[in-house]
Design a protein around this ligand. Structure first.
Ligand SMILES: *Cc1c(COP(=O)(O)O)cnc(C)c1O
Length: 349
């Protein structure tokens, strides 16, 4: 027998969205962006690779100083309030490692991002989940949640609605530990909880470059929180967690907000068109503030839609969870991809 920790031996491990081999698939299953990243990103990477990649000889800047400075300027905070990361998943992991010891409480909303549970399992933390009410609020949230961390995905995944800041502020007041607002999809909407970080000591906001910035393949994320929280996260991360190419990519992407806005608005336009078309053929589609929709067919059989689209080499996300099996989550691709998806949905229904 391997001398594994008991919780590691017993945990299942996370299953990421399917990444198909071979050509010809339309991937609408992992909320990737259909458009390339800002051209400034490739320019920055090519510049970093000049002289035969001579710079790669040297370690990167362990403190991500330039990327933090640019992010801090963008969000109107001091750089000591910002940390960069190897995907926002690294931050979620390190927040648990920093705040929740073995047997201590970690909570999140179900349904939302199930990776929180895997990360809490690794740490041996005690997991609690809260459901949603019909009004899209947290069901039975205590006056004071005593656990160390509560993760709030806002906008929600996979339903796509947002929580307003008054409500998030109220939750912050009801958390004895920290409230992590996972804003993976915030660029597709307008209201962010970022201002609450300054008002509430226990609020941390995390962001990813994987969706709105089209950089899932670079692995980049960031968090904004008070300097004491950032200092703790800096202590426990791998010192060279971001390589030179990722660092210049992050800086270039953050500096091109105009490009970000242009791709985001194209995606939102396609989303609204696609949602309306699905409603015309009898689907129920929740209004979404993100780059995906949760779509429920008339017969409430998500698996049938998933299988029908799979046969057309179109991948969407089906969750067998009882709260989600009546629909599918469909990422918003390019207009052409969504036209093909619509045709396939009509053919399979
Ligand atoms: C995609 C996603 C993440 C992970 O982002 P990475 O930066 O790719 O690690 C985190 N939270 C939510 C809710 C997501 O959808």
């Amino acid at each position: 027998m391997l001398p594994l920790r008991k919780n590691i031996a017993e945990m299942a491990g996370y299953v990421p969205g399917f990444q198909p081999e071979g050509e010809g698939w339309i991937k609408l299953n992992t909320n990737e962006n259909p458009y390339p990243p800002s051209p400034k990103v490739a320019e920055a990477i090519i510049a970093e690779m000049s002289r035969g990649g001579e710079n790669l000889r040297k370690y990167p800047d362990a403190g991500s100083k330039e990327a933090r400075r640019v992010a801090a300027e963008l969000y109107g905070v001091d750089p000591s309030w910002v940390i960069m990361a190897n995907g926002s998943d690294e931050l979620l992991n390190n927040l648990i490692r920093a705040f929740a010891g073995e047997g201590e409480g970690v909570a999140y909303v179900h349904p939302s991002y199930s990776y929180y549970a895997t990360l809490a399992d690794i740490q041996g933390a005690k997991i609690r989940t809260f459901g949603l009410t019909d009004d899209c609020l947290i069901a039975d949230f205590p006056n004071c949640y005593e656990g160390k961390i509560f993760f709030l995905t806002s906008p929600n995944a996979p339903f796509g609605f947002g929580f307003d800041n008054d409500y998030i502020a109220e939750l912050a007041g009801r958390c004895a530990g920290i409230l992590v607002v996972d804003e993976a999809y915030i660029d597709f909407t307008t209201v962010s909880a970022m201002e609450l970080v300054k008002q509430y000591e226990n609020v941390v906001v995390t962001r990813t470059f994987s969706k709105s910035y089209s950089l899932a393949g670079m692995r980049l994320g960031l968090a904004v929180a008070r300097p004491e929280v950032i200092a703790a996260l800096d202590k426990i991360r791998d010192h060279y967690h971001l390589d030179r190419l990722a660092l210049v990519a992050a800086t270039a992407a953050l500096q091109d907000q105009e490009y970000l806005q242009s791709t985001v608005s194209r995606i939102c336009e396609t989303r609204d068109w696609f949602s309306a078309e699905l409603r015309k053929i009898g689907y129920r589609v929740e209004p979404s503030l993100t780059n995906y929709i949760f779509a429920e067919p008339g017969d409430r059989c998500g698996k049938r839609v998933y299988d029908g689209l799979f046969d057309h080499k179109i991948l969407v996300r089906y969750f067998s969870d009882p709260l989600l099996k009546h629909g599918v989550r469909i990422s918003i691709g390019s207009r052409e991809e969504m036209e093909q998806a619509l045709t396939a949905i009509i053919e399979t229904s």
